[in-house]
Each structure stands twice: as C-alpha cells, then as structure tokens.
Design a protein around this ligand. Structure first.
Ligand SMILES: Cc1cc2nc3c(=O)[nH]c(=O)nc-3n(C[C@H](O)[C@H](O)[C@H](O)COP(=O)(O)OP(=O)(O)OC[C@H]3O[C@@H](n4cnc5c(N)ncnc54)[C@H](O)[C@@H]3O)c2cc1C
Ligand SMILES: NC(=O)c1ccc[n+]([C@@H]2O[C@H](COP(=O)([O-])OP(=O)(O)OC[C@H]3O[C@@H](n4cnc5c(N)ncnc54)[C@H](O)[C@@H]3O)[C@@H](O)[C@H]2O)c1
Length: 468
C-alpha cells in the first residue's frame, strides 16, 4: 500500500479544517486535507448557509412578498452553489493542498488510512488536526427511530430541496438555536409550528433577553411548550404524534434539534492514543490533545462551542503554532448570535456567571432600544442591551433586537482587548444609528458618578472660581 508523507494532515474540510489547510499550505507546510463528505462541511451544506437563506426567504414572505416554500428551497440550493466554489477541492488544490476524498481513520499515533475509490491510502504526518465537526444527537425517545423524522441534514438534503412542499404542522423537538430559528422560519412561511423543549427554550441566554425572543415568536403564532419532555413518538396515519407528560401533540413533520455529538465514530481515535470525552477530544487551550501533543482538535470536535466563527478561529490558532512554532492559545471571548427576529447575541459572561466570578464588584447595566433615536425613528424599539461590568471593564454583554448579531462585535473587541468601559463611553458613533446604544449604555455607568456626586459639584465650583 502507498504511504504518503506530509508535515500536516487535516481531517475534515469544514470551517476549521479549511482555514488551517489553506493557511498552512500557503505558508509552505506540506499539507493533506481529507474529507469524507461534502467540501465546506456542515455550515455550508446543512447548517448556517441553508438556515440563513431560509430565514431570509421567510422574512420576505412575512413582509408580504410572494415567496413560497418551494422558492425558499430553491434559494437555499442557489446560496450553497454560490459559495461552494470557495470551499471546493479545485480551489484548495490550487492553493497547494493535497485533497483526498474519503473517510479517514487512525491506525497509529502517526498514521491514518483513507479509503479512496482507487484503493486504500496510508498517510503519515508529523502533525494532525482533527476537524471532523458534529452530527445531530438523536435522543433515546421510545418510537422516535420508527417515524420519519427530520434533522438539519435531511431538512437541507439536496433531494429534499428539489422536492419538498410546506410542512402543514411542524413539530420541533428541542428549543435551542436550531429548533428556535427553524420554528420561526417555518411559521413565517405558513406552517403551524409547535416546539417541545425539555427545560427553558434558549437556555444559555439571559432570561430577560430570551423572554423578548420567545414573546415575539409566540406573537407570530408559534406554540412553544417549555419544561416539556417527549416521552414517546408514534405514527398515526399521516400524522406524527409526540407524547409528553402533559398530553400529546400531533403534526405532519417532526424536526429533531436536540443538540449535537462530535464526529468521532469513524476515526478509531484510541489507535492514536487520544483521550476523548462526550464533548470531543480533550484538549488544552492550545487545542492540542492532552495525550498526543502533535494532534490538534478544532471546531465542533474541540468541545468548546459549536460555531463557524469559532471553528475558523481555531484554525488560525493552530496555524500559528504549526507553521511558525509560536505559542498560541484559543482564549478569545467567542460571540454567539441566534438569527431569529429579533436577533439575540451575547459575548463573554452572563450575569449569573459574572456574579459568581466577580461578586459584589459586578455592576449590571441595561438600556432598552426605546432610548435609541434610530430605533424610535424606524418604530423598531423592541429589545435591549445588557452589559456586565467589573472593575471598570466590561466582562459580558448581551443584546436582543434587530441586528444584534452585527452589534455584538463591538463588545467582543472591548472584552477581548480588555478595554475599559470608558473607551466605549468616549467613542463616537454616527447619528442616528443603533450602534449609539453602546455609548449610551456605557455612559449610564459614568452618569451617576459624574452628575450625582457632591464631590464633583464642589470641585467644579472651585474650578469655576479659579478659571479666568
Ligand atoms: C442548522 C445549523 C445552523 C447553524 N447555524 C450557525 C450559524 O448561524 N452561525 C454559526 O456560527 N454556526 C452555526 N452552526 C454551527 C456550525 O455549522 C458549526 O459549528 C461548524 O460547521 C463547525 O465547523 P467544523 O469545521 O468544526 O466542522 P464541519 O463544518 O462539520 O466540518 C467537518 C467535516 O469533517 C468531515 N468528516 C467527519 N469525519 C470525517 C472522517 N473520519 N474523515 C474525513 N472527513 C470527515 C465531515 O464530512 C465534514 O465535512 C449551525 C449548525 C447547524 C446544524
Ligand atoms: N445562530 C447560530 O450561531 C447557531 C444556529 C444553530 C445552531 N448553532 C450551533 O449548533 C448547536 C446545536 O444546536 P441545537 O439547537 O441542536 O442544540 P442545543 O443543545 O443548543 O439545544 C437543544 C435543546 O434540546 C433540548 N432537548 C434535548 N432532548 C430533548 C427531548 N427529548 N425533548 C425536548 N427537548 C429536548 C435540550 O434541553 C436543549 O436545550 C448550538 O449549540 C449552536 O452552537 C448555532
């Protein structure tokens, strides 16, 4: 059998693997990239891109445009096709990466095997990066596997995009970001939608921020049932029936969005001597396996969150060490955004986390968008910003409202660069924009200190007497 030798073997051509492979090859690292499924990974084919294309089509329909479910499905396929060349085998080969299209599995600490149509190849490399992503975790609910349920993979599968018609009544199991985004998109396109969520919906988010999203979704007619666990699923004629302790609910389709599991089944990681947990490969801040220092885990496989921008960031962190031998740690605060209308975004600590870490040093600032002139002018005042401050520096921020995903970047920069809150208060934003809310909320920290202080008043009085 042929053995090919490389400096770096990257497994998985999603955001993490592509970022690392392109950077490595372009800086002179001899790189092989192995992909068993579609180039571009989950985000392009079954995740962010199709879901955001669907959300946009649904928003247009909701606003009165003539966008059918079939049109929306076509737009999803078009969006994937438009982006695919950027992630393609041809483009990466052009960058100098050797691309192999097959499933990789470890046979030792330094070698993997890949089954290719022309035969099995053995790859030997000095460094490995496992960037194999995650898959839908289907819960062990009785009867679930006997009904034709959807996951994000089947929802956006090419043959379904070409043939599917609007679900009459979509049942969504799971009220995390996937379930909630897809619930609103389908409701806006005309489906009846019921969400069943074991605990609170969007459980990672601040209570008062997620309350705004859930109220908006309920006002659009989505039935969100929290603290409701599915106990059994069955088919009754054309209908799918989900049984819960509070009774049963019937629909025409069932979407399972109950979390993700890391893709490690095919990898034979034990042959590489790699310690794993339920969340993925156990790594330190440098993203290297704690038991195999030449092996990196990136993106969804690193067990540190599941976002495309996180995966890309991981690719860059690993590149710095692999290409240049420089120390490199994945410790930046990672923002997240849920693309509902209104959007919800967060970075850094939540109030509860900040209180645990900073105790009485914590100040929590909130400001509703009613106080923002642009929001008033556009009659889009729903939502608020919340900022956690400790020792005069922001440590967490959450925003709910239109464009929250775009606005949270300011706080990623401020928290990531350990800036003082005074920097945000002193910044100048164009008027009238929604971004002025950042200056206003930061200013609300200093306002009382400045305007309600007798010391300040006495000092200014003295200065006034002294000034010519
Ligand atoms: C419906 C949905 C919507 C989402 N929306 C967003 C969003 O709006 N914003 C956001 O930031 N994130 C979003 N995400 C999350 C985002 O898609 C993932 O975090 C991201 O794709 C992870 O990138 P990755 O590189 O780690 O893995 P992936 O993109 O999953 O790539 C891994 C690749 O590895 C391949 N692979 C697996 N095993 C092997 C093997 N043994 N050999 C060879 N190849 C292998 C797979 O085929 C796959 O192509 C969404 C996810 C879903 C499901
Ligand atoms: N906008 C974005 O950035 C975006 C969008 C979609 C997904 N993602 C990423 O993908 C990840 C996965 O999303 P997800 O929504 O599948 O997972 P999730 O883990 O965030 O949410 C799944 C929810 O399902 C609930 N659940 C589990 N079993 C259940 C049962 N039997 N009955 C009822 N409820 C049950 C859980 O309590 C949980 O809250 C996210 O954490 C996120 O990182 C990101």
């Amino acid at each position: 059998m042929d053995t090919l030798t490389f400096d770096l073997c990257v497994i998985g051509a999603g955001s993490a693997g592509l970022t690392l492979a392109s950077g490595a090859a372009q800086t002179g690292v001899r790189t092989v990239l192995i992909e068993g499924g579609e180039m571009g990974g989950d985000c392009l084919n079954y995740g962010c891109v199709p879901s955001k294309a669907l959300i946009k089509a649904a928003a247009e329909h909701h606003a009165g445009a003539d966008v059918s479910y079939e049109t929306a499905m076509g737009r999803i396929a078009d969006a994937i096709d438009a982006i695919a060349p950027h992630d393609s085998q041809e483009r990466f080969e052009g960058l100098g990466v050797t691309v192999l299209r097959g499933w990789a599995r470890f046979i030792s600490r330094e070698e993997v095997e890949v089954a290719l149509p022309e035969g099995t190849r053995r790859i030997r490399a000095r460094r490995f990066a496992v960037a194999t992503g995650s898959s839908p975790a289907v819960p062990p609910v009785e009867g679930l596997r006997d009904v034709p349920y959807l996951t994000n993979e089947s929802l956006f599968a090419r043959e379904r995009l070409e043939t599917a018609s609007l679900p009459g009544h979509l049942l969504v199991l799971g009220g995390g970001p996937i379930g909630i985004e897809m619930a609103q998109a389908h409701r806006r396109l005309g489906s009846e939608v019921t969400v069943l969520q074991a605990g609170k919906a969007l459980p990672r988010e601040e209570p008062e921020l997620r309350a705004v999203v859930l109220a908006a979704l309920r006002a659009e007619g989505i039935d969100i049932r929290e603290d409701t666990t599915a106990t059994r699923v069955r088919q009754d004629g054309e209908e799918i029936v989900v049984e819960t302790e509070a009774g049963e609910v019937r629909g025409t389709h069932l979407l399972v969005a109950t979390g993700r599991k890391p893709n490690m089944d095919r990898l034979d990681l034990e042959k590489a001597g790699v310690e794993v947990s339920k969340a993925g490969i156990v790594v330190d801040d440098s993203l290297r396996s704690v038991t195999h220092r030449g092996l990196f885990a990136l993106g969804d496989m690193a067990g540190r969150g599941q976002f495309t921008h996180l995966a890309g960031y991981h690719g860059g962190v690993a590149l710095r060490r692999i290409a240049f031998g420089l120390p490199s740690k994945a410790t930046a605060p990672i923002p997240r955004a849920t693309f509902t209308a209104p959007e919800l975004a967060h970075v850094g600590l939540t109030e509860a986390e900040a209180r645990e870490r900073h105790g009485s040093r914590l100040t929590v600032l909130t400001l509703p968008f009613e106080r923002n002139d642009r929001a008033q002018a556009e009659r889009a005042t729903e939502g608020l910003i919340k900022v956690m401050v400790a020792g005069g520096r922001p440590v967490g921020a959450g925003i709910v409202g239109p464009g929250a995903g775009d606005q949270i970047g300011y706080w990623q920069l401020a928290i990531g660069q350990k800036m003082k809150l005074s920097a945000m208060a002193g910044a100048v934003f164009p008027y009238p924009t929604r971004s002025e809310i950042h200056k206003s909320v930061a200013g609300s920290y200093f306002g009382p200190k400045l305007f309600e202080s007798n010391l300040v008043k006495r000092s200014v009085g003295a200065i006034q007497r002294l000034l010519p």
